[in-house]
Design a protein around this ligand. Sequence first.
Ligand SMILES: [Zn+2]
Ligand SMILES: [Zn+2]
Length: 268
Amino acid sequence: MSNISELHVPCSAGQLLLQPLWDRLRTLESLTQSPFFPVIFSITVYVVFCLPFVVLDFLCPWVPALRRYKIQPNFLPTARQLLPCLAQTLYQHLVFVFPLTLVYWAGSPALLPAEPPELLQLVCHVVLCLLLFDAEFFVWHLLHHKVPWLYRTFHKMHHQNSPSFALATQYMSVWELFSLGFFDMMNVTVLQCHPLTILVFHVVNIWLSVEDHSGYDFPWSTHRLVPFGWYGGVAHHDLHHSQFNCNFAPYFTHWDRLLGTLRPTHAK
Ligand SMILES: [Zn+2]
Ligand SMILES: [Zn+2]
């Protein structure tokens, strides 16, 4: 007699998609559960996302058509600007982020669940984490611009690179880096996200933050894909870096609209 009814067969399209991916990741458990994984993963994803923009900036003098997509067409970061930013990211991850992820690693469960999350749940959790992160950072950011001492002590460093470029994304004080990391981890913990969801959220969050600072406004940039002007993205954040007193939310536009700090961009 067939035993097929007892087999675990992924039934939904989402499961069909996620189960093989999750099974593959679980075979790499010794790597993903290593105490070094979070910090190596975070640096690698960040540098990989920054690299295409570094290459585009390098190509700009020879491919003038690229300048059409630059928000500030006459600005190109120099090696003297790029290298300190990269060095700062590596230094902060090794000296500050690594010890903290060690503590988190020690407290996290030793075994990964056998099943992936539902695709719909994964998408909802990632969007919810982004909305929460956006709200938390909006309050933090507004406060650090309105209180001069907070600005001078903790946030000014991030504004040293204006106009912005991809590798300047994580050029920030240790307090700012910890605050972002705290919001990040708090949301996935409160929502009890699946480890795969946490991984996806981190990748999406790193990508959106790099895109915000890239200085490039492409037809496929996130703010052009999200309807009704709900998403500000690179155009809005670039304006924040040049004008300081507007567009405090990193991603979405509703908080700035609500508090009257939204400044529209003149998208090409
Ligand atoms: Zn700012
Ligand atoms: Zn910024």
